[in-house]
Write a new protein. Sequence first.
Length: 238
Amino acid sequence: MASVAPSGDRRTWRFTCQLNMPRRLHGASHTPQVSAGVRLTDKMREISPATNMSAEEYLRLAPPEGQELVRRIRRQKEEGTRPMPSASLIDCSVLLTAQRRKSLLDRVAVLVDENLFGRAEMCMQFSSLLAMALSHLGLSARTALGKALYYHDGREIFRWDHAWVRIGEEIVDGNVDILFENPMVPPSVNVSLFWGSINDVPRDRRLREDRTRAMPPDAYVSEIWWPELRSWLDDELR
């Protein structure tokens, strides 16, 4: 695996750390180049926000609220109760089938949720994987980067950098169902995933694309998650 840390969303739980720990390899037969930032257990795989320390090492240095979030995420994964995108999807698409759309969104979510602190800060990785999957299925999909503005009763309540997917005249605003886990997002922001025409985007948000921005490379997306997602696509959706 490349030695650079994954690029993309602002890392909410990332903090300044001056440790320069030697990189150690951990892994299994299907991921032989996984770096020290990846923790494998019998039930789950966790990816550390830092490539020079393990998930457990990083977690020990995290603030108490971050440690509590990880405990809750681990418990939900063990119980099979993690929130899935399909549960709150506003589905207005004419592409694929309804069941295939839901299955694809949930599969992408499971992968990016391997981030130690969950997927609430992973919109770029989510969008990258989804666009790659849709392209693999023969659709003209691309990622879009820009600003997301959120509204309540017609008043803007929050904005931040965001990523989504465009497929022709359709848009997939994914990974927003889990924003409540991100401490940077006000509790008043309560939006559902949307997949449909660009003209039908719900009024609780505006997406402003910045075409001067390009999606930065992410080693976890390209070297771990995409090969696994592509295999799943070929087995389940093609």
